[in-house]
Design a protein around this ligand. Structure first.
Ligand SMILES: [Fe+2]
Ligand SMILES: [Fe+2]
Length: 165
C-alpha cells in the first residue's frame, strides 16, 4: 500500500516541526513589514510635491512593486512550510516614522523614514537568515536574495540624502 509521508530530511520533516513553526512566524512578520512598506511608500510617493521630490517619488513608486514582490515571496514560502498567510484583520501598523509629513515638500523626512524602514528590514531578514542556518537552506537562500534588494534600497536612499545634508 502506498503511503503519504513527509520528507525525511530538511525543514519539511516531522522532526523539525518546531523549527518550522519558528521560521513561519519570522516569515509572517517579514510579510507584514513588506505590506506596510507598500502602503507607506505608495502614500508618500503620491503625496510629495516639488521638483526635488519628483525623483524620490518615482523611486518610491518603483520600490512599491519590488516590496510587493517580496511580500508575495514570503507568502508563498509560508505556504510551502505548511503555514498560513494571515488576513488583514491581523495587521498591526508600526511605521510611525513613515507617515506622510504635513509639509508635502518635506523630502528629507520621507527619505529618513525610508532608510529607517530599510534598516529594520535588513535587521529582521538577517535574523531569519541566521535562524535558517543549517536547517532551512531554501528559505535562507530566498531571504538572502531579498536582503540584497533591501541593502540596495537603503544605499540608494542614503545617497539621495547626501544632496540634502
Ligand atoms: Fe522588501
Ligand atoms: Fe526595501
Amino acid at each position: 500500500m502506498p503511503t503519504t509521508r513527509h520528507a525525511s530530511a530538511g525543514i519539511l520533516s516531522d522532526k523539525l516541526a518546531d523549527k518550522r513553526q519558528e521560521i513561519v512566524e519570522l516569515l509572517t512578520r517579514a510579510y507584514w513589514m513588506e505590506m506596510e512598506t507598500v502602503m507607506s511608500y505608495l502614500a508618500n510617493a503620491s503625496n510629495l510635491d516639488g521638483i526635488r521630490a519628483d525623483e524620490i517619488a518615482e523611486a518610491l513608486h518603483a520600490d512599491v512593486q519590488e516590496e510587493l514582490g517580496h511580500a508575495r515571496r514570503f507568502a508563498k514560502r509560508i505556504k510551502e512550510l505548511y503555514g498560513t498567510t494571515p488576513g488583514s484583520l491581523q495587521f498591526t501598523p508600526e511605521q510611525t516614522y513613515l507617515q506622510p509629513p504635513e509639509d508635502t515638500t518635506d523630502v528629507v523626512t520621507v527619505i529618513k523614514g525610508v532608510i529607517e524602514a530599510e534598516a529594520g528590514a535588513i535587521e529582521h531578514y538577517t535574523r531569519i537568515i541566521e535562524a535558517c542556518d543549517g536547517v532551512d537552506w531554501a528559505t535562507q537562500d530566498m531571504v538572502i536574495d531579498v536582503l540584497r534588494d533591501e541593502e540596495g534600497h537603503m544605499r540608494t536612499f542614503e545617497r539621495y540624502l547626501k544632496e540634502f545634508e
